[in-house]
Ligand binder design. Sequence first.
Ligand code: NAD
Length: 426
Amino acid sequence: MTTSPHAAYRPEYFTPIYEMAVAQFEKAAASINLDPNVWQRFVVPKRALMVSVPIRMGDDSIRVFTGYRVHHDNTLGPSKGGIRYHPDVNLGEVCALAMWMTWKCALVGLPFGGAKGGIRCDPRAMSRVELQRLTRRYTAEILPILGPDIDVPAPDMGTNEQTMAWMMDTYSQFKGYAVPGVVTGKPIAIGGSQGRNEATGRGVVYTILEAMKHLGVQPEGKRAAIQGFGNVGSITAKALVEAGCRVIAISDVSGGVVNDRGLDVAGAIEHVARHGSLDGFSGGERLSNAELLEVACDILVPAALSGQITKANAERVRCRILAEGANGPTLLEADPILQGRGIFVIPDILANAGGVTVSYFEWVQGLQHLFWKEREVYERLREIMTTAFAQVLATAQEKKVDMRMAALMIGIQKIAAAKLARGIFP
Ligand code: NAD
């Protein structure tokens, strides 16, 4: 494998998660004999902006938060990626997530580059007014690198359609007119797309159903365990039940619950809507997030944080299919262990690409001022997800690599071809 020329001058964002994204990239880049000049460029983000976000808290004190927005690439169009509000957000994590967005968009054939953003904060400990101030000031701070043709954010962990509505409004106030195309994942009332809210979870399930077809497994009665019960986890659970599966374990930041006979997913969604978390949800025995990952099941879906499947617990994961709803849930050292144990991994950049795909639909609908029906959104989403799945599987079989490597190889190849065609400036 070629060693990155950046090895001797590692910038500060080369944290463990960024090193993991780079190591995945370099392994795939070596397998496709990537042009060394393109290689050098892809190891680093195009630009990264760090901002201080001072806001007045509910008790009248001023608090200063740190925010980031990173564009990894913009070869094919505006950069695209979510905004995360979480206490662990840091530059290395945001850079890694932005790089994964580049490969993800290229893999499913969207005319976007990769980006990511976030604020280091605990949204669960903040009031609605504080969150609105935080979002508006952050948007104002990153304004120079934001715009429908420049960079288009979307929700991620700790943010939702309300966050996007505040971002859209703040950007529009600066412009003096409504600019719906500056964000996706916004409410339908201001130009959001039908189906965007459900897109990532549904996309996860489309890929699981394709994996089952490939493995000759019927969905009926198959047991699923899901870590994270926010947007991605809860919709995945709901769509799995619709497909005939039995959701036996779910968890969130407050811990989890397990019942081999199946959980009441609709009831759990209602409970979270009312109480803010799964805490107090009955219907099974309590279990920890670590225990959930080791529950005997057919389908395991990590849909919360990165770095959950490690060298230490990969031996104890007991599923047939592992579908990565979250970004980066499996550490590098865990991959060969999972593969050795015959676990079929649907990698993040494929499994959770449904979100950015419907974000693309939302962006296109906004540009055309023409809005699609929900059925149309899901049909197109399913087609894109199943086509991408088939391409990744074919590459994995042809090149004798795992699904993650195959997905990365396809994504990197596409974007490298575009970069080489454009050449270098000046
Ligand atoms: P969300 O904020 O809606 O939900 C996050 C869930 O994770 C919540 O249930 C929360 O309680 C749980 N969680 C937080 N900290 C936890 C911890 N320490 N242990 C266990 N659970 C914890 O976020 P989301 O949008 O569902 O995103 C979840 C994952 O999916 C993230 O990795 C995100 O990058 C990825 N993703 C999201 C989208 C999208 O469209 N929202 C698209 C692609 C990928």
